[in-house]
Design a protein around this ligand. Structure first.
Ligand SMILES: [Zn+2]
Length: 360
């Protein structure tokens, strides 16, 4: 976002927040039944303030520890922060905070949820849910999108190299031809090029995707050993410890593959196997599911229900008429560093409040 647009956005947030118009807007929506009684926030990573800029993440996936702390302080004052299932059964009885109830969730199973987020959650006595990608927990294997970003930014793999790799693997299919055309026309900073390449790769078949990532790794001089030092995902012990400390553990599938691209039997395997793995490791029932990449369909909602889950969360999502909710496609508001910082990068309560209230 350009500096001037960012500045205007900041001024708008300040004006709405400090004039009381934001509260009035929320009050009217609530009275008209235009929003649910609760909000669910979606986080991924909570990073060290100092090394924040040096971690390979995708846009919209992380907050710094200090921002997370300030966000939790405000939420605790204005909302009643509860575990998701309690939030789902809350009817507004005057006990909830000024804006109603809220629940905190984390996707993927990043190790920083244990090292950085947990101490802050405990300090504020805030419960949360962490959705684990079962195959990655306890391994040093990074997600493919993390690997791709690292290979592009540090391994000198250019869009042109990637086009050559894809042509070598598959020079016939329409998706490969489209991908090569996309890569030949891509422009931007290395960071944005990497992020756009990742979005394009998400649309490919898993077999081609795996072959492409392997070929990229072979072509670069980088070694996956790097991730042995920098284990990015939670271990099972850490997940178990979290589950003893007011953190509900849910499933985010086994492999993080997008369910709408899979066959019915593959989807069913993702749903059942991830649940079984987490339950056997933690000795607790798994009730919640989070759709990888947020993609689902009505059939998949039914599959999730049949697999024994009691609710599922989406990425973004829609409000139903009145204050009804779809328990198997719960709307979430995505949170990252930029949504609550002003033009100078400092935390702004007004920006955070505005982001939540207008996406509620
Ligand atoms: Zn995810």
């Amino acid at each position: 976002m350009s500096g001037i647009r960012r500045f205007i956005k900041y001024l708008t947030a300040l004006a709405l927040f400090y004039s009381g118009l934001l509260s009035l807007y929320d009050f009217i929506r609530k009275k008209l039944g235009n929003r649910p009684d609760f909000v669910i926030l979606m986080y991924h990573r909570v990073l060290d303030d100092v090394t924040y800029d040096r971690v390979y993440t995708q846009p919209g996936m992380s907050v710094t520890e200090s921002t997370f702390d300030r966000q939790m302080t405000w939420l605790n004052k204005k909302f009643k922060v509860l575990p998701i299932e309690q939030v789902l059964s809350t009817t507004d009885n005057g006990e909830s905070g000024k804006y109603g109830a809220a629940a905190i969730t984390f996707d993927d199973g990043w190790r920083d949820n244990y090292t950085h987020a947990l101490p802050i959650l405990r300090k504020h006595r805030i419960p949360a849910t962490v959705f684990l990608t079962a195959d990655y927990i306890g391994t040093s294997r990074p997600f493919w999108f993390l690997t791709v970003k690292w290979l592009i930014l540090d391994g000198n793999i250019s869009a042109e190299d990637l086009a050559a790799i894809i042509t070598d693997i598959d020079d016939r299919s329409k998706s490969a031809t489209d991908a090569v055309r996309f890569l030949r026309n891509i422009r931007g900073t290395p960071e944005t090029v990497a992020d756009r390449i990742i979005e394009m790769l998400k649309t490919l078949e898993i077999e081609s995707l795996e072959a492409i990532v392997k070929a990229m790794l072979d072509r670069s001089s980088l070694s996956l050993d790097r991730w042995e030092r920098d284990k990015p995902m939670l271990t099972w012990d850490e997940a178990a410890e979290m589950s003893e400390q007011n953190i509900e553990i849910g499933s985010h599938g086994c492999s993080h593959r997008i369910l709408t691209l899979l066959s019915e039997s593959e989807t069913s395997k993702e749903l059942h196997d991830s649940r079984a793995a987490i339950e056997s490791r933690l000795g607790k029932a798994v009730r919640g599911f989070s759709y990888p990449n947020g993609n689902y369909s009505e059939e998949i909602e039914q599959d999730v229900r049949k697999a024994g889950y009691t609710y599922a969360v989406a990425t973004g999502g829609r409000n139903l008429p009145g204050n009804q909710v779809d328990r198997f496609a719960l709307k979430r508001v995505a949170i990252h560093e930029g949504i609550s910082t002003g033009p100078w990068g400092r935390f702004s309560t007004a920006m955070f409040a505005w982001h939540i209230i207008r996406h509620f």
